[in-house]
Design a protein around this ligand. Structure first.
Ligand SMILES: [Zn+2]
Length: 96
């Protein structure tokens, strides 16, 4: 059995890596996401790893929605709602 040093756990479901299987490394930078085979050296350098394709998809999806296309702030959402309500009431008074 291959020895896996402690510390290799899935960044999504927290499963501990116990044997060589289909784990992946996820390399993130401002412009791209690169996925590679599991590498303990990368884990020791703080590169996130995931336990399989299901967790890989969750991790990438979370990254995309949080970093690549972040949601609008609460203040922006409130302003959009206020503008929409104002426009609706303006249209209402025009039609009367
Ligand atoms: Zn996992």
């Amino acid at each position: 059995m291959t020895y896996i040093p402690p510390g290799a756990s899935c960044n999504v479901c927290k499963a501990m890596k116990a044997q060589l299987n289909h784990w992946y490394m996820i390399h993130l930078n401002a412009e791209r996401i690169t996925i590679s085979a599991f590498n303990m050296n990368d884990v020791e350098h703080g590169i996130p790893c995931v336990c399989g394709e299901a967790c890989l998809i969750k991790y990438v999806s979370k990254h995309l929605s949080a970093v690549v296309y972040p949601p609008s702030s609460d203040a922006e959402i409130s302003q959009i709602l206020a503008d929409t309500i104002n426009r609706a009431s303006e249209n209402e008074s025009e039609s009367e």
